[in-house]
Design a protein around this ligand. Structure first.
Ligand code: COA
Ligand code: AMP
Length: 635
């Protein structure tokens, strides 16, 4: 039982210092670390303490200085604007240095936060790298979030500068970003000193004199800035992700561990080398975009693709194959939902036949459970390995995967394969806190310390970090996913243990949506839960109990709450269905029986909970669900 995977895994468990110390030699350090793993302040483990590094240097300058300045670093492929633009490493470095200079002229210094609210254009990556260059901490906010969500992030990160664009393009729609940004700044308690706005040809944003600056003007005037040395443990970015309440969690990523782990992952997990073309079809607003559109491929010296489009409709379900063929993609990464969308439009893969995709070697899918149908369809159509892998915003890179750069294991449907080197995954029993060694379902937890590149804490909130991740099982990080490990060491991720749902690969909090619904003047009580959806995996459905004596037309209330969620959280929530019920089913202690409602909605087998307050309510719920097209079969 010895292949490269087992050797790496064993070494990472038995001697993490030696394992990661060796891996870290692959990065350029301004000053070498004193300690690889620093456990002096447990449970706040730190990696490469005493070391100094610059992530942007490693992602750009390093390759230019090695003589690879002419290699293509980034391909911007935008079917929605009919643009394909390529940037060499030297060009991307120069643009980034200039924009770093522009940020410095706005007073941004090491440690300052810069919020980036941008569509999928190269300037988003340039802004991120420019922050890294001068040691500023970026916080990218996904464009599909509404002004209020943006305001919450502004207040938490307190950015000195915000970088945005006049608009994004969503299929055929133009989404004006600037009015959303203006509204967010108006709502936020903390105001940025200035905003730098990229004006796109199809939409000119109105600028606020004295606060807003035009991207092209500031970059023209700016003197390029060199990379500064930062501590390995200094933050590179904050990325907000859904928690169990409406207040998002500010996941912090450090510089040193992140550069080390991501660069290593490109070959070990994704099987790509420098010079290869790698494409993550996601958005820079998500962790996949941070790790595998921007940092990972550039650290490795690959060519990365920044795609402004959708898997279908821009212009058709063949766009993925066109890009693979045209840019010679070796490996790509997206969410299963993208493949479900393509499969729905082109079930027989007619579009695939039009392109030569012989360059394509592996498809990676993550972000939500990979359903066997989609797995089989992708395998059949593409005739390459389809690799499911499991990770989270918090972890920054995969926890479990088929590490094809080390050893390719046979695929088992429903499993993202085995723990990646560095990750000691265990199944724990929530009630006894003990390890489950059979193939029974329990909490998926990771024994501390987490490997480099994972979250060291939440932004300015050590307490919430401990409470959310470390408090439940002493000595472990709890992933909030439930699952099991089979006799061959294959991990199975079955469901979340909290109220997070996954809609089209986007992570959303049903608790956050409930907070919005509860604000409607006619709503006494509510629940939101995720029900199965053929395209998006899950979609949120709201249940509303109205206050007594309400006279408003029920349909009007439903339309109101749908509009409220869109307005406060954003279109990305995809909240389009709600129903009015008389009561919500609860346990005798008052807990809403979400699991049971979900099973009824999804036509799954369910048992009458022993603790239910009044069983008749479940019949009412079923009737309400049938009214909106769910729960069609018998219990
Ligand atoms: N800015 C503004 N609005 C956005 C947005 C953005 N960056 N991204 C999404 N939206 C909007 C959409 O336009 C849509 O609005 P609508 O209700 O007016 O139609 C809404 O948010 C929901 O978007 P989405 O969930 O993406 O649904 P969709 O129907 O537009 O597309 C898929 C469905 C499956 C094609 C798409 O979600 C997809 O490609 N997903 C897979 C890739 C991915 O991004 N994964 C993330 C992690 S790997
Ligand atoms: P995010 O933080 O947005 O990346 O979402 C992370 C969550 O998505 C995980 O906690 C899982 O619930 C889910 N997830 C991600 N990848 C997978 C996968 N391969 N299989 C099952 N669930 C996944």
């Amino acid at each position: 039982m010895s292949n490269l995977y087992y050797q790496a895994y064993k070494k990472s468990m038995e001697n993490p210092d030696a394992f990661w110390g060796e891996v870290a030699e692959d990065c350029h350090w301004h000053k070498k670390w004193d300690k690889v793993l620093d456990d002096t302040n447990k449970p706040f483990y730190r990696w490469f303490t005493g070391g100094e590094i610059n992530t942007c240097y490693n992602a750009l300058d390093y390759h230019v200085e090695k003589g690879n300045g002419d290699r293509i670093a980034l391909i911007y492929d935008s079917p929605v604007t009919q643009t394909i633009k390529k940037f060499t490493y030297a060009e991307l470095k120069d643009l980034t240095a200039k924009f770093a200079g522009a940020l410095a002229e706005q007073g941004v210094i090491k440690g300052d936060r810069v919020l980036i609210y941008m569509p999928m254009i190269p300037e988003a990556a340039i802004a991120m790298l420019a922050c890294a260059r001068i040691g500023a901490v970026h916080s990218v906010v996904f464009g599909g979030f509404a002004a209020k969500e943006l305001a919450v992030r502004i207040d938490d990160a307190a950015p000195k500068v915000i970088v945005s664009a006049s608009c994004g393009i969503e299929g055929a729609k133009i989404i004006k970003y600037k009015p959303l940004l203006d509204k967010a700044i108006e709502i936020a308690k903390i105001k940025p000193k200035s905003c730098i706005i990229y004006q796109r040809a199809m939409e000119k944003a109105e600028m606020i004199s004295g606060r807003d600056y035009d991207w092209n003007q500031v970059i023209d005037k700016a003197a390029p800035k060199d990379c500064v040395s930062v501590k390995a443990t200094d933050p590179l970015y904050i990325l907000y992700t859904s928690g169990t309440t409406g207040v998002p969690k500010g996941v912090v990523r450090d510089n040193g561990g992140h550069a080390v782990a991501l660069k290593w992952s490109m070959k070990a997990i994704y099987g790509v080398d420098e010079g290869d073309v790698f494409w993550a079809a996601s958005d820079v607003g998500w962790v996949v975009g941070h790790s595998y559109i921007v940092y990972g491929p550039l650290l490795k010296g690959c060519t990365t693709v920044l795609f402004e489009g959708k898997p279908v409709g821009t212009p058709d379900a063949g766009v993925f194959w066109r890009i693979i063929s045209e840019h010679k993609i070796k490996a790509m990464f997206t969410a299963p939902t993208a493949f479900r969308a393509i499969k729905r439009e082109d079930p027989n893969g007619e579009f695939i036949k039009k392109y030569d995709i012989s360059c394509f070697k592996t498809l990676f899918l993550a972000g939500e459970r990979l359903d066997p149908d989609t797995l089989r369809w992708a395998e059949k159509q593409l005739k390459v390995p389809v690799i499911d892998h499991w990770w989270q915003t918090e972890t920054g890179w995969p926890i479990a995967a088929n590490c094809i750069g080390l050893h390719q294991f046979p695929v088992k449907e429903g499993s993202p394969t085995k723990a990646v080197p560095g990750w000691d995954i265990q199944i724990l029993d929530s009630s006894t806190q003990k390890r489950i060694t059979t193939s029974d379902i329990g909490a998926l937890a990771v024994k501390l310390p987490l490997p480099p590149g994972t979250l060291p804490t939440l932004w300015q909130n050590d307490k919430r970090y401990i409470d959310s991740y470390l408090a439940e099982f002493e000595g472990y990080y709890q992933t909030a996913d439930a699952g099991y490990i089979d006799e061959d060491g294959y991990v199975y991720v079955m469901s979340r243990t909290d109220d997070i749902i996954n809609v089209a690969g986007h992570r959303l909090s049903t608790g956050g949506m409930e907070e919005v619904l509860a604000d409607h003047p006619d709503v006494a009580e509510c629940a939101v839960l995720g029900v199965a959806d053929q395209l998006k995996g899950q979609i949120p459905v709201g249940f509303l109990v109205l206050k007594t004596g309400v006279e408003t037309e029920p349909n009007k209330i439903i339309q109101d709450v749908i509009a409220m969620v869109r307005d406060r959280i954003g279109p990305v929530a995809a909240f389009k269905t709600a129903t009015i019920v008389k009561r919500l089913p609860k346990t005798r202690s008052g807990k809403i029986l979400r699991g049971t409602i979900q099973k009824i909605a999804d036509n799954k087998k369910w048992n009458m909970p022993a603790t239910i307050d009044d069983p008749v309510i479940l019949d009412e719920i079923k009737e309400a669900l049938q009214g909106i097209g769910y729960a069609s079969s018998k219990k």
